[in-house]
Design a protein around this ligand. Structure first.
Ligand SMILES: Nc1ncnc2c1ncn2[C@@H]1O[C@H](COP(=O)(O)OP(=O)(O)O)[C@@H](O)[C@H]1O
Ligand SMILES: [Mg+2]
Length: 261
């Protein structure tokens, strides 16, 4: 089954002196993700909604096996990120705008390179590349060096590269951040398409409208803790006026209050 289960994960970071200054704290450690659990199902877009610093990227990095949770585990289908991370990697896509593509290479080169890294058959590589490059309008730029391409095009190349192994689990960290409207639409349209194909899609965002538009179920994360978790419809019902925005800012205010207590 292609269900993704996050079970009580917790991740703590040591803070450097510089970070303590930035975060305005004397604490030596920061609990970035604090006992978070949720399930994402196939054919569904699950949204992790939270303000900056809430722990979204950390949680998604645990899911995508880039870092290990200190406690808890994540089951990506049948496989544990702690015990079977290489199996997990075969079936998961991770997209983040924090990643930078190498400037010297062309989309063709990068796509083939990552495909081979994933052990994709040579004939499959070319077929899939043609389909994805066409879908995202990369085909015309396939032999142009990354350095000479627009930000939007770079993000679409990252998107295509995240899909070289045709994974069933799609994990996108703030996928539309900093993108022009057209590129953002390409990305969100593709997320919807993947949901229709029965993939298990998880995205993180701080943008309420992204959740309202795309997500079937949602978790609201503040200060590393999951404050609400249900279908979008039911989460909205927890709000005093039925609006996601009101609930979200109530949680944010509550956490700011705690900080100043
Ligand atoms: N590698 C790290 N070392 C130290 N602190 C980190 C590290 N990664 C994230 N953090 C801290 O953990 C908290 C959550 O960060 P992050 O997961 O990036 O949040 P979000 O993606 O929701 O903005 C922040 O306070 C951040 O500064
Ligand atoms: Mg982040």
């Amino acid at each position: 089954m292609n269900t993704l289960q996050v079970e009580n994960i917790r991740k703590t970071f040591r803070l450097s002196k510089k970070q303590r200054k930035i975060e305005q704290t004397d604490l030596k450690k920061k609990v970035a993700v604090d006992d978070v659990s949720f399930t994402a199902n196939p054919g569904e877009i699950f949204g992790l909604l939270g303000p900056n610093g809430a722990g979204k990227t950390t949680a998604l990095r645990c899911i995508a096996t880039l870092i290990k949770p200190d406690q808890g585990d994540v089951y990506v289908g049948d496989y544990s990120v702690l015990k079977e991370s290489s199996e997990v990697r075969k079936n998961i896509a991770f997209l983040t705008n924090e990643l930078k593509l190498e400037d010297h290479f062309t989309p063709n080169y990068l796509y083939r390179y990552f495909s081979r890294l994933h052990g994709v058959d040579e004939t499959v590589i070319e077929e899939r590349k043609e389909r994805l490059f066409k879908r995202f309008g990369i085909d015309r730029f396939a032999e142009v060096k990354v350095a000479d391409l627009s930000t939007g095009m770079k993000q679409k190349i990252s998107l295509a590269i995240s899909l070289v192994h045709d994974p069933n689990f799609i994990v996108f960290d703030e996928p539309t951040n900093g993108l022009d409207v057209l590129t953002a639409k390409t990305v969100t349209d593709y997320l919807v398409e993947m949901r229709e194909q029965g993939k298990t899609v998880i995205l993180s965002t701080h943008i309420l409208s992204v959740v309202e538009k795309l997500c079937d179920r949602v978790g609201i994360i503040i200060d590393g803790k999951l404050k609400a978790y249900d279908t979008l419809e039911n989460v909205k019902k927890q709000s005093s006026d039925g609006e996601l925005e009101t609930l979200f800012f109530d949680f944010v205010k509550e956490s700011l209050g705690e900080d100043h207590a």
